[in-house]
Design a protein around this ligand. Structure first.
Ligand SMILES: Cc1cc2nc3c(=O)[nH]c(=O)nc-3n(C[C@H](O)[C@H](O)[C@H](O)COP(=O)(O)OP(=O)(O)OC[C@H]3O[C@@H](n4cnc5c(N)ncnc54)[C@H](O)[C@@H]3O)c2cc1C
Length: 467
């Protein structure tokens, strides 16, 4: 007889949320975690520590630059980096303890060690000191997440050449920071270190930043970052880093080929993406198929090629985002309980937590063009939003894309302060299949930045009021 109804391997946002939902639905659940703390990439070396440093570095910057103009006189702020790192660690500790508490509260067993699937219904757990036990279960959910993607010719030592993990714990502010990759992680961590004093250069293989985001939004955001002091080398690749000198010397070349040059840096952050993590899981032996990109292959009910084994989160297809992993965890648990668990992949927001923030949901203008969809655009700048004006934080705009015939909102893209909060009214609207008109006729409190979202909806019908 099975000891558990469900064993979840990995306790990131996908795994621990799946375990909680399954326990709520009456299943006997265990999670397996090889890391000393629960919470996965997100809580330990991802979303949460990066947001703690983004917040602290923003306060540092504001203290130095923004307070005087509001009539608040303070002396120039001094950076105490170890104290800032402590602040970050307290945030991590609080959150991982929260997950421990939730496991206890929901009577979920935590099996410490590396999990390996022996076959459907059997997981072997090996503790750090080598002790093994085999646990029986009716179902297994793989939620082992992702790992840093490596760049050929560049060896990460997590001291001078770092991944996002090392970049969250640098011991001093590098004078010159070279970032390989103009994606979300590179731009967020670049913002942290630039605010603390680094001169930041971002090298990107493609000819634009933030591939996959709406092009107009990416262009505007690039201009804002350049104004803040970021330097970009687009259409360029890093082919190697010479570590023999006191400073690092990165070799770069045009992506399309051409003469090489070198850039000196005190630290290099490799942020070219993440790869699914399936190491030592025993998938091949258990017969669990991977797709051509090394992700665990699943059907629309999260089932792998082996009956009784499921997978969710970064280790499967789709955007590598914590909330996507969480929603898949919930849906997968509900399916296991015989319910109709479901994730709407058309309405998964993406946020970049810089200043200003960038947030988007649904289709980009490029995607609509490519699909031949007839659409209308409504745009509203924060320069015309009263609340933004009085706070003097007017960078950015809201852009809404709606179906030209039905007015149904297909995508919303925002650059601006608090964009990561503003985007959710668009998410709710889109989840309900709402139109720009629906949003435009919804009363919004004044004065709020949310009024810019309403005005963008009005602009879809060419009737924005304040523009
Ligand atoms: C710097 C950074 C910033 C990020 N910021 C954001 C953000 O702001 N918002 C956002 O949505 N996403 C963000 N992400 C992405 C986010 O962290 C991931 O999408 C999310 O953590 C994926 O969750 P998951 O549950 O699939 O896997 P993970 O969180 O990666 O968790 C997997 C867990 O499985 C464990 N594990 C792996 N193999 C085994 C095994 N064999 N046995 C036992 N345990 C195992 C690992 O130790 C880990 O704890 C960020 C990522 C990084 C690196």
């Amino acid at each position: 007889m099975a000891t558990y109804d469900l064993i979840v391997i990995g306790t990131g946002p996908g795994g621990y949320v799946c375990a909680i939902r399954a326990a709520q639905l009456g299943m006997k659940v265990a999670v397996v975690e090889k890391n000393p703390t629960l919470g996965g990439t997100c809580l330990n070396v991802g979303c949460m520590p990066s947001k703690a440093l983004l917040h602290a570095s923003e306060m540092f910057q504001e203290a130095g630059h923004s307070l005087a103009k509001m009539g608040i006189g303070v002396s120039a702020p001094k950076l105490d980096l170890p104290a800032m790192m402590d602040f970050k660690q307290q945030g991590i500790d609080g959150n991982v303890k929260g997950v421990e508490y939730l496991m206890k509260k929901n009577k979920i067993d935590v099996l410490r060690g590396a999990g390996r699937i022996i076959a459907a219904g059997q997981v072997e757990v090996t503790t750090a000191d080598g002790k093994k036990q085999t646990v029986e279960t009716k179902n297994i959910v793989i939620a082992t997440g992702s790992d840093v993607a490596k760049l050929k010719g560049v060896e990460i030592d997590e001291k001078r050449i770092v991944s996002s993990t090392g970049a969250l714990s640098l011991e001093k502010v590098p004078d010159k920071l070279l970032i390989v990759g103009a994606g979300v992680i590179g731009l967020e961590l670049g913002s942290v270190w630039r605010r603390l004093g680094s001169q930041v250069t971002v090298v990107e293989f493609l000819d634009r930043i933030l591939p996959g985001m709406d092009g107009e939004v990416a262009k505007q955001f690039q201009r804002i970052l350049e104004k803040q002091g970021f330097a970009f080398k687009l259409g360029t690749k890093v082919t190697g880093v010479d570590t023999s000198g006191k400073t690092l010397s990165a070799r770069i070349e045009p992506a399309a080929g051409g003469a090489a040059e070198t850039i000196e840096a005190d630290a290099v952050l490799v942020a070219i993406g993440r790869t699914p993590y399936t190491e030592a899981l025993g998938l091949k032996e258990a017969g669990v198929a991977l797709d051509d990109r090394g992700r665990v292959e699943i059907d629309k009910h999260f089932a792998t090629s082996v009956k009784g084994i499921y997978a969710i989160g970064d280790v499967v297809r789709g955007p590598m985002l914590a909330h996507k992993a969480e929603d898949e965890g919930v849906a997968c648990a509900e399916i296991l309980a015989g319910q109709a668990g479901h994730v709407n992949y058309d309405v998964i927001p993406g946020v970049i937590y810089t200043t200003p923030e960038v947030a988007s949901v649904g289709k980009t203008e490029e995607e609509l063009k490519q699909a031949g969809t007839d659409y209308t655009v409504g745009k509203f700048p924060f320069t015309a939003n009263g609340r933004s004006k009085v706070n003097q934080t007017t960078d950015g705009f809201v852009k809404m894309l709606a179906d030209a015939k039905t007015d149904r909102v297909l995508g919303v893209h925002i650059v601006g302060r608090e964009a990561g909060e503003l985007i959710h009214e668009a998410c709710v609207l889109m989840e309900f299949g709402g139109s720009a008109e629906d949003l435009a006729r919804t009363c919004h409190a004044h004065p709020t930045r949310s009024e810019a979202v309403k005005e963008a909806a009005l602009a879809v019908g060419k009737r924005a009021i304040h523009m």
